[in-house]
Design a protein around this ligand. Structure first.
Ligand SMILES: Nc1nc2c(ncn2[C@@H]2O[C@H](COP(=O)(O)OP(=O)(O)OP(=O)(O)O)[C@@H](O)[C@H]2O)c(=O)[nH]1
Ligand SMILES: [Mg+2]
Length: 230
């Protein structure tokens, strides 16, 4: 599709990922661009959430989206069709995005400093993306109701590093196999600073509350000296 930049990855991931991520976070801070790393299992609703959030943020903000997938342009085509700037990273097999790759995608965005938010949709899985910073200022993870509330016990690292946990597809509740209360208790024990939101991207439930949190987080980050503070 016209207007979508495509970055293909065939390189080994460098050992200096953390350094590169820190440098990207600083660069974006100097440009006043707030970057959110969106992580989850395949199909939990990352693209849906990014699109609903971008729409809810409204025309007062300039928004770009970096899509990470093993293959295809499917998600970036959805983003571009919705009227937002899209860059597709095709990893060709790598199960997570790394800081150098995201930096290349950022560098391909013309006039990057004119954007307010960059959302990065990471590769769908609850394991590897948790281990690699990409230069983001906020880590957001989704867990959808059909996946079950026990995922926090099986994949604790993702829940430990997340700033915000979005429980998506709450239109499937009440579901005997999923207790938001049990998830909340476990989440608070593991990562008490994490914010938890219950949303349905399909029905538009909970999006406004999440949007307002994101706006506040960006404001706090802008006023803070440290680029990692949210
Ligand atoms: N019932 C229901 N379906 C949803 C909701 N949000 C997303 N979906 C559906 O779930 C499916 C996957 O959504 P995506 O947004 O593509 O999920 P994703 O995490 O981006 O998927 P990958 O990029 O493949 O990892 C789509 O059919 C969506 O329409 C929701 O709140 N409720
Ligand atoms: Mg997607």
């Amino acid at each position: 599709m016209d207007g979508i930049r495509l970055i293909e990855i065939n390189e080994e991931i460098g050992a200096d990922n953390a350094e590169c991520a820190a440098e990207t976070a600083r660069m974006l801070k100097s440009m006043d661009v707030f970057m959110v790393n969106v992580m989850s299992s395949p199909g939990s609703g990352k693209t849906s959430l990014i699109l609903e959030t971008a729409r809810a943020l409204g025309t007062g903000y300039r928004i770009a989206v970096i899509e990470g997938d093993i293959d295809s342009l499917v998600d970036s085509e959805k983003v571009a069709a919705a009227g937002f700037k899209a860059v597709q990273i095709r990893t060709g097999g790598a199960c997570h995005l790394d800081a150098a790759t995201v930096r290349r995608a950022l560098d391909s965005i013309e006039n990057l400093a004119s954007y307010d938010f960059v959302f990065v949709e990471n590769i769908g899985n609850l394991v590897c993306p948790a281990e690699f910073a990409i230069g983001e200022h906020m880590k957001c993870m989704l867990l959808s109701v059909p996946e079950g509330d026990d995922k926090i016990m099986k994949y604790p690292l993702m829940f430990t590093i997340a700033d915000a946990l979005i429980v998506n597809k709450i239109d499937y509740l009440p579901d005997e196999g999923f207790s938001v209360d049990a998830l909340r208790r476990r989440a608070m024990a593991l990562n008490p600073r994490m914010a938890l939101f219950e949303v349905s991207c399909r029905r538009g439930i909970g999006i406004q509350k999440w949007r307002d949190y994101l706006e506040r987080a960006r404001r706090t980050w802008r006023n803070a000296g440290d680029e990692k503070e949210i």
